[in-house]
Design a protein around this ligand. Structure first.
Ligand code: MRU
Length: 350
């Protein structure tokens, strides 16, 4: 089977516009949307045209530039205060993934620290967004390499279970958990990916499976409620997931369903890894109870395609993420190496 990699870039800066692969249409249709206003970019994050913590960070960074270039004033402090409003607007689109506030804070910092006129500030903001994007690509490649060193040694070729989509589509273009899996595939350490379908939005069935098919990575899609059975049957050698926010003690918010997977992995003594860039770690929060959990529209539960599957008169609860306690996590794989959750604090930037 060929191991040639196809490059998938969910966010592209092209001819003064942001181009996004419309992830709501995959795998049926490959559509690219072009965005030139920050309000439309915010809407694209909200509606999950672009999704995945690092990818929405990159998109929001470009959103900051799209907003900045529309600011008319030549007065520096007015410019900065308009930019802060744009940052706030973008941050509010999705509350759980910390990469959004991380990226907008970094863009603001670049503006605060730039000496020069308004055109210089605007040029710096574009350059910073491009840097954030390039760094994420390199960061994910490093995560992939570090991940290889902690995979179980036996068997020689592993079956790895993953949840949601953490690949190129969810980052600048390589992936966190799926990046480790991709690295395992390219070094002959991978037998097969088991992809949880990931109800309600089906990122596993639609996006992870699509990425694997693009790269000839053998993939088996299972429904979420089959995962425990697969682990019990000895079919899975490691579980690797991504993260939307990790607190200082190692508690990890990730796609709903991750927590139950971690419990099952511990019960069956299967290593459970979280792969994430340092930009996903929120050292300002001491534990996972402080992470805001996004609640999404019930339509994601009661309607599949055009078909309504529940009777009228029912109530719904639709949290997009859950929090896995640090005690269930074998290791957190970052671009600086893999640490046990209790040692995460050693990676805190000075
Ligand atoms: O709601 P989504 O699709 O944005 O959720 C994505 C996830 O939960 C991913 O696992 C996480 O963002 C890590 S992506 C590298």
């Amino acid at each position: 089977m060929s191991k040639s990699a196809q490059s998938i870039y969910p966010v592209v800066w092209y001819q003064d516009k942001v181009r996004l692969i419309d992830q709501t249409r995959l795998p049926g249709e490959y559509n690219v949307v072009e965005i030139s206003r920050y309000e439309d970019l915010a809407q694209a994050i909200k509606t999950m045209i672009v999704r995945g913590a690092p990818a929405i960070g990159v998109a929001a960074a470009y959103g900051m530039y799209l907003g900045a270039r529309e600011i008319k004033t030549e007065n520096r402090s007015l410019f900065i205060s308009e930019l802060e409003k744009i940052a706030q607007f973008l941050r509010e689109t999705r509350p759980t993934a910390v990469n959004l506030s991380w990226a907008t804070a970094r863009m603001l910092k670049a503006a605060y620290e730039t000496v020069g006129d308004i055109p210089t500030l605007k040029a710096t903001l574009l350059a910073t967004a491009q840097k954030i994007q390039q760094e994420d690509l390199e960061t994910c490649q490093a995560i992939g390499q570090h991940g290889l060193t902690v995979l179980p040694e036996n068997p020689a070729k592993l079956n790895i279970l993953t949840h949601c989509n953490t690949g190129s589509l969810a980052t600048a273009g390589y992936g966190t958990a799926l990046g480790v899996i991709r690295a395992a595939w390219s070094t002959d350490r991978l037998a097969r990916v088991y992809a949880d379908e990931t109800r309600p939005r089906l990122q596993g069935a639609k996006l992870t499976a699509w990425e694997c098919v693009q790269e000839n990575i053998p993939v088996t899609v299972i429904t979420d409620n089959m995962a425990a059975h697969c682990l019990q049957q000895g079919m899975i050698h490691a579980v690797i997931v991504g993260a939307d926010r990790i607190t200082a003690n190692g508690d990890t918010a990730n796609k709903i369903g991750t927590y139950s997977l971690a419990i099952v992995a511990q019960y069956h003594n299967i290593p459970f890894f979280v792969a994430a860039p340092l930009s996903t770690i929120d050292f300002s929060l001491s534990d996972g109870s402080q992470i805001p959990i996004e609640q999404r529209n019930p339509v994601e539960i009661y309607q599949i395609g055009e078909t309504v599957i529940c009777p009228r008169g029912v109530e719904y609860y639709n949290p997009a993420f859950d929090v896995t306690p640090a005690s269930l996590i074998t290791g957190i794989i970052t671009e600086k190496g893999t640490v046990k959750p209790q040692d995460l604090i050693t990676l805190k930037p000075a």
